[in-house]
Design a protein around this ligand. Structure first.
Ligand SMILES: Cc1cc2nc3c(=O)[nH]c(=O)nc-3n(C[C@H](O)[C@H](O)[C@H](O)COP(=O)(O)O)c2cc1C
Length: 199
């Protein structure tokens, strides 16, 4: 049990990876964790394309980089802390592309409810990232590429009724990520009514 809490507490976005492969055995543990997530009506609308192919990863990386150059950098530059901005920039301009595996996550809009696509898919993405963390692997939940849904669909072969939701790079972190910066739960938690402090 304590291992679970340690993995949750250590989870960070990783945008820089070593050139070390991720095995199928690791990916199977990760994907099995993903599909144990809850989903509306238990429709399990997730689809995961595990991309190792060099050309496909380069194409995904190119979309991410293009999205960053076109709108991401300008949008984010006044919103993110300098450290986070620099890390997101490094990720968008090659760090994410260099991950040995990209998992492109889709929501099947026939199988699931359109209104709850995100709510049904992102718990699985979180499971996936925590399982990767438990194996010592780094991940990042990225969505910049989903703004280019048709291009992303074409790269991984998603039909039109599968909506790309995220690209999660997976690999061995290039460096220790350090502890995440999060507000303490007590300032976001309330007893009985919003505004009644936890402590
Ligand atoms: C919905 C969502 C979209 C995100 N999109 C991106 C993205 O496109 N690129 C990226 O580098 N990080 C992305 N992130 C990662 C966040 O930047 C990261 O979770 C947050 O800054 C916390 O950083 P930490 O995990 O290192 O503490 C996204 C996270 C979420 C939840």
């Amino acid at each position: 049990m304590s291992e679970l809490f340690n993995v949750i507490s250590a989870q960070r976005a990783c945008r820089s990876f070593r050139d070390v492969p991720v095995t199928d055995a690791e990916l199977e543990l990760i994907l099995d964790a993903a599909v144990h997530a809850p989903s509306a009506e238990n429709r399990q609308p997730w689809e995961f394309v595990v991309v190792r192919d060099d050309a496909a990863r380069a194409a995904i990386g190119e979309i991410i980089s293009r999205g960053w150059e076109a709108v991401g950098r300008e949008f984010s530059s006044s919103r993110l802390s300098p450290d986070l901005l620099a890390d997101v920039e490094r990720g968008a301009t090659g760090g994410i592309a260099a991950a040995p595996v990209h998992i492109v996550v889709g929501a099947d809009t026939y199988r699931g409810l359109a209104a709850t696509s995100a709510e049904s898919v992102f718990p699985a993405v979180q499971n996936l990232m925590l399982a990767a963390g438990a194996l010592g692997l780094g991940t990042a939940l990225t969505t910049i590429a989903v703004g280019f849904a048709d291009e992303l669909r074409a790269i991984v072969g998603f039909p039109n009724h599968i909506r790309p939701m995220a690209v999660v790079p997976i690999g061995h972190p290039a460096r220790p990520l350090g502890p995440p910066r999060r507000d303490p739960f007590a300032i976001r938690s309330h007893r009985d009514r919003y505004g009644t402090p936890w402590s």
